[in-house]
Design a protein around this ligand. Structure first.
Ligand SMILES: Nc1ncnc2c1ncn2[C@@H]1O[C@H](COP(=O)(O)OP(=O)(O)OP(=O)(O)O)[C@@H](O)[C@H]1O
Length: 641
């Protein structure tokens, strides 16, 4: 399996995660602001119980100090023990209720804002993805591309969740510190030494974990690509009884994922354990120092003494001080690193030179003349030149057949007409307009295409034919199906046009799928029709039917028909013979037979007249590593037509 290229965010994007947040979180800024303020405010009632319990312990249970609370006027506080107990319970209930209400509100607002943001990211990423040039897809596996939309966007969701959590931790730490400082400022200051240690640990962790997370994201893409390949090719896997091999391949990808993930877990464990040790020892240290001051009075450097209740409050606060710092370092930084790796991939899809579908002038097809003028082309992913100086013209309304041996470049020629790729030299023009000057969308609006391996979407036959246009009515669909020779077999199916077809049209035969695809192309009534071996799967009778339809249609629209069965294009106005990326002959069937060149040999092979095939042709067939089926069978004398 070849490695798919990495996803690189373009240079103008600094931090890809910040870039995404700026672009996608901003529209929901008001919601995020409410969530942030709500989360911050909730920290105040959350810190109240520990304070109140400490004061109540000293005042009610130990009777060692008077009942007094910061910011609460003494006049409000009851003087009797019963009154103070009731007052304490009331304060605790109020604090919990306020905390609950604020947390619920901010959780709800943050949740909806986060989901909306992610929805926008997902939809925009998909939009950018389908707008990418074909070359982008040629070089990548479907599963890997899908993992950007699924796993990477989900990682952002995880980060969104943790970011809210992180915000809570930050305010929790700040509020806990403020409360501690009001109780005993010097002891609180002493506690600050420890977060510095934890921060240094956190720094160590993030620098190590960042590259590992990028590797993990890549292996998720690889696993998905592997799975997609095996499931997509399940018929081939089973026919070769290669299930074990697929299992091994998936196991290999999964092992890589497991090992890389283990590196993350190992780092997490080291960080987790050391930060846990730091905070546990500091808790013990705090108790020891606090108890010492309580019993012996404070040394000058620590200022004043402290009561047992204050020590208890301090210890409780220290829990909401160290815990969040550790969590902040671990979960929040962790999901930040993970999301950073994911956002790099998302931004790479979202931001790099996507083909602008809408840019360029609109194409106005008046006649439908197609002209290839000295076109040369090579695929970006290939070192070889696939087309060299290809020139031919399809007159308006004519049928032009394109024939030639396997791999000659026939499909490539038509892909340039659709501007799936652009010619390196020369031009492809429709009615004198270079296709690179018009917007791809307007160009394709005028073109109909039936590929070698037509793709049927999951849905009914009606939906598949109707896919070509917006809101087609049943009559139009039926008319197109009749023209494509599909109506008869469709009405013979139990559910007729409502028959459900699989993702790859698995429940239909190859010929039936092809006819559905032809109907889909015809429904659009394109001015120009491209049929890529559209009759390769069909039987002779169906071929004749389609043939008739094509002949009938050809008068109305310019048609390029790539054919292996030369009989399909026998009646074509012009036949272009392609060999090794060059046009070697062109003319009508009769003219080409007269010429006695490559076409004449191909024709003889097809009609089974192998004795008459030229020696040069036979030598060439034998010299090829993998002679095409037809040449092989021709040499074996198996061709019946
Ligand atoms: N996306 C691609 N990236 C790189 N090379 C490609 C790509 N598609 C086709 N090729 C190469 O370009 C050459 C021409 O391919 P093309 O599909 O145009 O041939 P063809 O004449 O239509 O063949 P066939 O009759 O077998 O369908 C082949 O060598 C093929 O390997």
């Amino acid at each position: 399996m070849s490695d798919t290229p990495e996803y690189e965010a373009p240079d103008h994007v600094g931090n890809p995660l910040v870039h995404l947040v700026r672009r996608y979180a901003r529209p929901y800024g008001a919601r995020y602001a409410v969530a942030i303020v709500g989360t911050a405010l909730a920290q105040v009632p959350q810190r109240v119980p520990a304070l109140v319990v400490g004061v109540a312990l000293d005042a009610i249970l130990l009777s060692s100090a008077s009942y007094s609370l910061p910011l609460v006027p003494d006049g409000v506080i009851p003087t009797t023990t019963e009154g103070q107990v009731t007052f304490t319970v009331g304060l605790l209930v109020a604090a919990f209720a306020l905390d609950g209400a604020l947390s619920w509100l901010s959780g709800r607002v943050a949740g909806t804002a986060r989901l909306r943001t992610l929805h926008d990211v997902r939809v925009d990423t998909f939009d950018a993805l389908v707008g990418r040039e074909m070359d982008f897809f040629d070089r990548r596996q479907t599963g890997d591309v899908m993992s950007v939309l699924n796993n990477d966007v989900s990682n952002l969701n995880g980060f969104g969740n943790n970011a809210v959590q992180g915000l809570r931790f930050v305010t929790q730490i700040a509020v806990a510190f403020a409360f501690m400082a009001t109780l005993h400022v010097r002891l609180a200051a002493l506690l600050l030494v420890l977060p510095v240690g934890l921060a240094l640990l956190g720094r160590w962790y993030t620098t190590r974990v960042e590259p590992v997370y990028e590797d993990v994201r890549e292996s998720v893409g690889r696993i998905n690509a592997r799975l997609e390949d095996s499931i997509d090719g399940i018929a081939t896997v089973k026919s070769f009884a290669r299930e074990d091999r697929e299992r091994d391949a998936v196991a290999g990808a999964s092992r890589e994922y497991r090992d890389r993930n283990w590196s993350v877990i190992r780092l997490r464990l080291i960080f987790n354990y050391s930060s846990w040790s730091v905070s546990s020892f500091s808790f013990v240290g705090l108790f020891a120092i606090g108890a010492y001051i309580n019993l012996n009075g404070a040394p000058p450097v620590l200022g004043h003494s402290l009561t047992a209740g204050t020590l208890l409050t301090f210890l409780l606060y220290s829990k909401s001080f160290y815990g969040p710092i550790r969590q902040l370092m671990l979960d929040v930084l962790d999901s930040y690193e993970n999301a950073l790796a994911s956002s790099k991939r998302i931004v790479a899809v979202l931001e790099t030179d996507r083909q602008a579908n809408e840019t360029g002038a609109d194409l106005d097809v008046r006649e439908g003349r197609i002209e290839y003028d000295d076109v040369s082309f090579s695929y970006e992913s290939s070192d070889e030149q696939q087309l060299t100086d290809v020139s031919f013209t399809a007159e308006p309304g004519s049928l032009v057949g394109i024939v030639g041996p396997t791999g000659a470049g026939k499909s490539t020629i038509t892909k340039l007409l659709f501007r799936f790729y652009e010619a390196d030299a020369g031009s492809v023009a429709v009615d004198g307009r270079d296709v690179t000057d018009v917007s791809p969308r307007s160009l394709r609006d005028h073109l109909g295409y039936v590929s070698q391996d037509p793709f049927l979407f999951y849905g009914t036959i009606r939906q598949n034919i109707g896919y070509a246009v917006d809101d087609p009515d049943d009559e139009e669909i039926e008319h197109a199906a009749r023209l494509a020779g599909a109506h008869e077999f469709v009405t013979g199916l139990d559910d007729g046009y409502d028959t459900q077809v699989g993702e790859r049209g698995e429940s239909l035969s190859g010929g039936q799928r092809q006819r559905v695809a032809i109907a889909r192309a015809l429904l659009r009534e394109p001015e120009i029709l491209v049929l890529d071996e559209a009759t390769s799967h069909v039987d002779n009778e169906t071929e004749r039917q389609i043939q008739e339809s094509i002949d009938a249609l050809a008068g109305e629209r310019t048609t390029l028909a790539i054919a292996h069965r030369l009989s399909t294009v026998r009646n074509a106005d012009r036949i272009v013979v392609v060999d090794d990326g060059r046009v070697v002959e062109q003319g009508s069937h009769e003219e080409l037979l007269e010429r006695d060149g490559l076409y004449a040999d191909l024709w003889r092979v097809q009609v089974g007249d192998t004795d008459a095939v030229s020696e040069a042709f036979l030598q060439r067939a034998r010299a090829e590593d993998r002679p095409s089926e037809r040449i092989e069978s021709a040499v074996d004398g198996e061709v019946s037509r």
